[in-house]
Design a protein around this ligand. Structure first.
Ligand code: GLN
Length: 422
């Protein structure tokens, strides 16, 4: 039994790939919402129990072609909806740093498997922080690429306009090597038409003079004292390496979390309509279509049901203008604020998470508390820009992540700064 089994990091074990290639020295875990041909892929949900995709996601196909060995599917919050990996139908994953605490979410299984040393790298998905949050909570590196750099083909959708597939590893170099392989244009995802680049070579180069912007809105109210202290030390390290650190204001960020949840839930309510026991998932029981449909959808967990209802409400006639339209307007402002700040600075820095990891069970019955923890990660997804969490030290003996964010398709610069900090 490996460390990951005690932690409940994997939901299915497999052995795929493993030929010759640039990643033939790596073992990799793949989040359970990324399709693997012939290997059960459940999105952490009872609704997809027994589902074996008939094809590989593009990212998986490219990992296999590059010689990586895919050793299992990792646990996650149901359909990616959560910040702790506790909403999984497979039970909670534990944080290898301190097993009384959550690993973060929703890619908590991927982060725990990497942090425990069970795999060299993992794929996660990040819709509102699900790569960066667990990376921060488990003390590993996690990259959310620019929207459109990594194909979403074969990713089972939660919120299409926000989500990305991203690599996680114990160091920036391995993260960059995995990105080299999975990035780049794909005919099967119309939003993915950027060229890939040599990210691993780029991280070897010196950082040069870097300007770091720190938005007031991401370091103020709601940020734990211990996290703030560790973040200030991280800024000190960046300064020692020659960076200029500037405080800035991005007023739209005050609206970002609310806008994120309206948009994410709206898209989720529409995406999850297909899980009706006819098109996908085990068939429901009952007399007639309505009963069978209701029975099939009763398999969703509470958090998913909550979001489908709220999302349906926000998109319904009469409310659309009050919620969805306003959220889209806020999204445009967030994008503009990032563009303006990143015109003057190389990267934006903040704590990845305003808090240290919750204890297991602490936040599960308090969705609002859980959503508030996403305040620093969600604006990045609204803007579509790349962002990485790197280990910054500890507060109360628990890991704290430094979040660095750059302009669209500036992964080379971003990873170089992250490598310089490491
Ligand atoms: N915690 C956020 C949510 O529940 C982010 C999830 C994600 O990135 N998949 O929506």
């Amino acid at each position: 039994m490996s460390a990951s089994d005690d932690l409940n990091a994997f939901v299915t074990r497999c052995d795929l790939g493993g030929g010759d290639g640039p990643l033939d020295d790596l073992t990799v875990g793949v989040k359970d919402n990324i399709s693997t041909e012939g290997v059960e892929t459940t999105c952490g949900s009872k609704v997809l129990e027994g589902y074996e995709p008939p094809y590989d996601a593009t990212a998986v196909e490219r990992l296999k072609d590059a010689g990586a060995r895919i050793v299992g599917k990792t646990n996650m919050d149901e359909f990616g909806m959560g910040t702790t990996t506790e909403t999984s139908a497979h039970g909670a994953t534990r944080n290898p740093v301190d097993t009384d605490h959550v690993p973060g979410g929703s890619s908590g299984g991927s982060a725990a498997a990497v942090a425990s040393g069970d795999v060299d790298a993992a794929l996660g998905t990040d819709t509102g922080g699900s790569v960066r949050c667990p990376a921060a909570f488990c003390g590993v590196v996690g990259l959310k690429p620019t929207y459109g750099l990594v194909s979403r083909y074969g990713l089972i959708a939660y919120a299409n306009s926000l989500e990305t597939v991203g690599p996680m590893a114990r160091d920036v170099e391995t993260t960059a090597r995995v990105l080299d392989v999975i990035a780049g244009e794909d005919d099967r995802d119309g939003t993915c038409n950027a060229e890939t680049d040599d990210y691993a070579a780029a991280v070897e180069q010196p950082t040069g003079d870097v300007t770091v912007a720190v938005p007031d809105e991401l370091v103020g109210e709601g940020v734990d004292e211990g996290v703030r202290g560790t973040f200030d030390d991280a800024l000190g390290t960046l300064r020692d390496e020659g960076a200029t650190v500037r405080e800035v204001s991005m007023p739209s960020l005050e609206k970002a979390l609310a806008a994120y949840y309206v948009i994410a839930m709206g898209e989720a309510s529409s995406n999850l309509a297909r899980f009706d026991g006819v098109r996908y998932g085990p068939g429901g029981e009952g007399d007639g279509w309505n009963e069978a449909f209701a029975d099939a959808r009763a398999r969703f967990g509470d958090e998913v049901k909550r979001r489908v209802m709220l999302g349906t409400y926000a998109l319904s006639e009469g409310y659309y203008g009050d919620y969805y339209d306003k959220a889209q307007n806020a999204r445009a402002l967030v994008r503009r604020d990032f563009e303006a700040v990143l015109d003057e600075a190389d990267v934006v820095a903040s704590p990845t998470m305003p808090i240290t990891p919750f204890e297991i069970g602490e936040a599960l019955d308090d969705p609002l508390q859980m959503y508030l923890a996403d305040a620093n990660t969600t604006p990045v997804n609204l803007a579509g820009v790349p962002s990485v969490s790197v280990p910054a030290g500890r507060a109360d003996d628990l890991p704290v992540g430094l979040q660095l964010t750059a302009g669209r398709f500036e992964e080379k610069k971003l990873l170089r700064v992250a490598r310089g900090f490491e």
